[in-house]
Design a protein around this ligand. Structure first.
Ligand SMILES: [Zn+2]
Length: 414
């Protein structure tokens, strides 16, 4: 029996590649927004290759051309929910497999693109993964929506509306978590007087200049761009004042902001002009002699478009220090309640050996635990959200939610 499949004979590589590249700019409704996964396959390529691997090879040129066109069309993002195209694809696959849905196994399923597309095409799909983060992503992408995401008809008087209970609950509890977190830690992100909200803080790690007659603080910044759009060019400008490096915001800079104070761990002191070699820079970090400095604040005014930038003030630093104090208090409280440190104390990869671990260099800079990768206010935000998500689960149980269902809802929130 000739079991040759379409993909073994031909495949519209160019067209499907173009669709796959285009998909990267799509955010709304795409599984990439659920959780980052580093090598998630494009849905266009996953759908097209799955289909082409499950239908027979064409018997003549006309058939080849027709199927080829259909594959190109099927791979388009806009056709993800196109009933007639998906129904035709399902029918073709079923009839090529004796009327039974074929079994598809993806043993390295990662971000879930291939099993999602195999499901869409009506296959009996199995996904496996070794990485627990990927397993959680797969549950949220494949399992829970099928188990709990079927729309239910709700009657309100004369009106009937279809609602997806899982979607409604994720929205409801997502809002609850945000509200609770804002109430507790919102004060550590104070608004400006004009109502602008901080959306980012720009920090620089620092080391002391090693020239014994200088000793100034060297802010380590690879580059100084804040905004680099055609119609909006803003950068940080550094200058020396009383033996100290100071920053200001420069619109349409008259210098090259791409040139920073550090490259490959070699740092340059702007005060005296001497350099710190890479080994010394790393040693200073490992010995805890490095510091950090809040440089600028990125703001957004809800009544205006775009972002604005200003240099950080003492008041900004005060809010940070308050957060730092509160972190210690909250960390101790949660450690007591949970029996574990809420800030991850697991060690970061050593960055040695021959495997993928070689990619990590954080240990060179004294960042020895995962908690070390975040500053105090970031840690506070992370443990607060973790706590609120855990609390939302308890609330759901108090409201008589099914335990497995509540677990599904919090999986999206976490
Ligand atoms: Zn110096």
């Amino acid at each position: 029996m000739n079991d040759k499949r379409f993909i073994e004979v031909s495949f519209p590589v160019k067209e499907v590649s173009e669709e796959s590249a285009r998909e990267k700019n799509i955010r709304h409704g795409h599984i990439s927004t659920l959780h980052i996964w580093w090598a998630r396959r494009p849905l266009a390529a996953s759908r097209a290759t799955s289909y082409a691997a499950l239908i027979p090879a064409p018997e003549n040129v006309e058939e080849w051309d027709k199927k080829r066109q259909f594959i190109i069309n099927l791979s388009k993002w806009e056709n993800s929910l196109n009933h007639s195209d998906i129904a035709k694809a399902k029918k073709d696959i079923l009839s090529a497999n004796g009327g039974r849905p074929p079994k598809v196994l993806d043993p390295f399923a990662g971000g879930g693109s291939i099993p999602l597309e195999a499901l869409r095409l009506g296959c009996e799909t199995y996904a496996g993964e070794y990485n627990p983060v990927a397993v959680l992503i797969l549950k949220c992408t494949l399992e829970y929506p099928q188990k709990y995401g079927k729309p239910k008809v709700e009657k309100e008087g004369w009106f009937e509306t279809k609602k997806n209970p899982l979607l409604e609950d994720v929205k409801r509890w997502g809002k609850w978590v945000l509200k609770e977190a804002k109430m507790e830690i919102g004060r550590f992100y104070p608004e400006d007087e004009d109502g602008s909200i901080p959306v980012g803080y720009i920090w620089a790690r620092t080391i002391p200049c090693q020239n014994p007659s200088c000793g100034a603080e060297i802010p380590l910044m690879r580059q100084f761009w804040l905004a680099k759009k055609n119609n909006k060019k803003i950068a940080l400008k550094l200058f020396v004042n009383n033996g100290k490096v100071v920053f200001e915001i420069a619109k349409n800079p008259d210098f090259d902001p791409a040139k920073g104070t550090v490259k490959g761990a070699i740092a340059k002191c702007l005060v005296c002009g001497s350099t710190v070699d890479a080994n010394t820079t790393r040693r200073l970090f490992q010995q805890g002699k490095s510091g950090q400095r809040m440089v600028a604040v990125v703001l957004h005014n809800p009544r205006k478009k775009g972002k604005t930038y200003r240099i950080a003030t003492d008041k900004d630093l005060e809010a940070y220090k308050e957060a730092e104090k509160y972190l210690e208090e909250k960390r101790a409280k949660l450690m007591d309640e949970w029996g574990i440190d809420p800030v991850p104390d697991e060690e970061t990869p050593e960055g040695k050996g021959k495997g993928a671990e070689r990619a990590f260099s954080v240990r060179n800079y004294g960042l020895n635990t995962y908690g070390d990768l975040f500053n105090s206010r970031q840690k506070l935000a992370l443990i607060t959200f973790t706590e609120k998500v855990r609390l939302s689960y308890q609330k759901m149980i108090e409201e008589d939610y099914d335990k497995e269902y509540a677990k599904a809802v919090v999986s999206y929130l976490g």
